[in-house]
Write a protein that binds this ligand. Sequence first.
Ligand code: SF4
Ligand code: SF4
Length: 319
Amino acid sequence: MRRLTLAILLVLVLGLVGTTLAEYQYAPLKNVLSTHNSCVATSPSSECKGAVTVTDHGISIDYARIGAIVGLLIIGAYLLKKGMYKYRVWLLIASVVILGFILPTCTCDFVLMQTVFGILLGKVALMAGLSLLILFLVISAFTLVFGRYYCGWICPLGAVQELANKLTRIEVLSYKWKRRLRWIRPVMLVLAFLAVAVEVWIPGPTINWYKYKHPLILGLTLALIAISLFTYRPWCNYFCPFGYFLSFLHRIAPYRIRLVGECKKCNLCGEACKNAAMYNGKIDESLCIECGDCVNACPLKSLRYSRNIKIELKTPEKR
Ligand code: SF4
Ligand code: SF4
């Protein structure tokens, strides 16, 4: 089964490369962005909108979409801070329903990173990429304060993978393999940058595939959901360039899951962590999505979502 999953992962990588080459034959980056990336739609009657729509008459800000994302981020931060991890699954379901179906919003990671790089490199006009840039800045700002909980609590693509894996509760990849495969993510981030530099568009999976009406995106999304039945969050852990970028902000965020007490090195936290981000109380910040599974697993209650480890450890000494 492990070999099968690795084979499917390989097919996914080859699929990304293949679709990139196929797209390159037909259209350069700017054209593809304007036709496939609905977040930069130039028509107000476009079916799929982002948080902002650029029309011939100017910029139309969709307060409902921005409000939905900010609202989910605020609720997620509140639940996390209160340690109410059992409600995380409900927030994931709400995210799929709201951002996927009620207010379809582009939170498509690969296109998002390419658009941001495109604006930085002057390959995408600021107005054309404004919608994704706003999403990028809003999510980055929350991550800078509360850590990388967007991935674990809000992202609709992460949510469908997690919900798919909950159906089977199968994990075919060992801790060792999960640690090895994490090195694909920096490659994907560099790939997103290089793709923009040479004006190639790389499609990625998104739960809004039905709005994109692109068979390759549908294929990638279905492949991802199929793989998710056998391993936990494959896109988030091994491919997502946006998640990888957010992990750098996570490292400097004041609020994070921290070891705040004694550790008897039982590694129950590591066994509970499906992301292979924990071992004997030591957290790999590049992979942690603040799901809280390790917090619930620690018998000494030594793991906590907290602001500053020094404050937590000083308190008992003062008594
Ligand atoms: S280290 Fe803890 S909070 Fe982070 S992903 Fe693993 S189980 Fe979740
Ligand atoms: S479960 Fe708690 S005590 Fe055991 S290794 Fe993890 S942090 Fe340490």
